[in-house]
Design a protein around this ligand. Structure first.
Ligand code: ZN
Length: 248
């Protein structure tokens, strides 16, 4: 039956890969949280109708046909382009970092209703903030999403001995550590009290609260570096867009 071969969904574009002369493979997160990989035929033709609707981070309404390996985009309508029509280099870099982490935390065979709304929300927020808050919001997105998929850092006390005044952070150990336990863990990093309290705030506060919070650019960029360390360690992969955003 023709009807059962197609389906419609809202989705966010997470990645685009060239395929042959004029086609693209899109990686998307559907509203259900499932990851979709689909071919957009002719999307790279000059002036092609699909091209502008399938930019990175765009929210689209898609009509897809089930394929043997990849689904095929038969229709795409733009719902929102959160980064705007001509995003700054900085904003595009941040959007790519968000999309990269989202694509690493979603799967083709698993629904997860948490992912779409949080990704859509952070993309909307980053378009309207300064550089320090850009770092802060992306860091918060990473810690929130990673916590949701099972990698929640423990900030309640030293993860090794329970000491109530931890001063170190270690992605490998799974959270914060006291100085004595940290001395046994390679790569544990001593943090000042302000940075430590920000780590909990990244998970506890909403994007709207973080966007309105006072933060200096040094602390924000440090928090982003810690988020990168957390994600790269627990997802066990290189995150190139995020590395690029950090300038490493
Ligand atoms: Zn300890």
């Amino acid at each position: 039956m023709a009807g059962s071969r197609t389906y419609r969904t809202k989705a966010i574009v997470l990645d685009k890969t060239k395929l042959k002369e004029t086609d693209l493979i899109l990686t998307l997160v559907a509203e259900s949280g499932r990851q979709i990989r689909a071919v957009a035929k002719g999307a790279r033709k000059p002036g092609g109708r699909l091209a502008a609707r399938c930019e990175l981070c765009c929210e689209v309404d898609l009509l897809l046909a089930h394929g043997r390996n990849l689904d095929v985009v038969s229709q795409a309508d733009l719902i929102a382009a959160p980064l705007g029509a001509s995003p700054s280099y900085e904003l595009l870099t941040a959007g790519s970092a968000v999309a990269e982490v989202a694509s690493r935390c979603t799967f083709e065979d698993a629904d997860d209703p948490f992912v779409f709304p949080i990704t859509s929300a952070v993309l909307e927020w980053i378009a309207s903030v300064d550089s320090a808050h850009l770092d802060l919001l992306v860091a918060a997105y990473i810690f929130k999403l990673l916590s949701h998929v099972g990698y929640r850092p423990d900030y309640t006390g030293c993860v090794a001995c329970g000491d109530e005044a931890p001063t170190y952070f270690s992605a490998q150990a799974g959270g914060v550590l006291c100085a004595s336990c940290a001395s046994n863990i390679a790569g544990a990093e001593e943090l000042d009290p302000v940075t430590l309290s920000w780590l909990s705030a990244l998970i506890a506060l909403r994007f709207s609260e973080l966007a309105a919070a006072q933060i200096d650019s040094f602390t924000a960029s440090h928090l982003l570096a810690l988020a990168h360390l957390w994600a790269a360690t627990h997802l066990d992969c290189r995150l190139r867009a995020l590395e690029f955003m950090l300038g490493c």
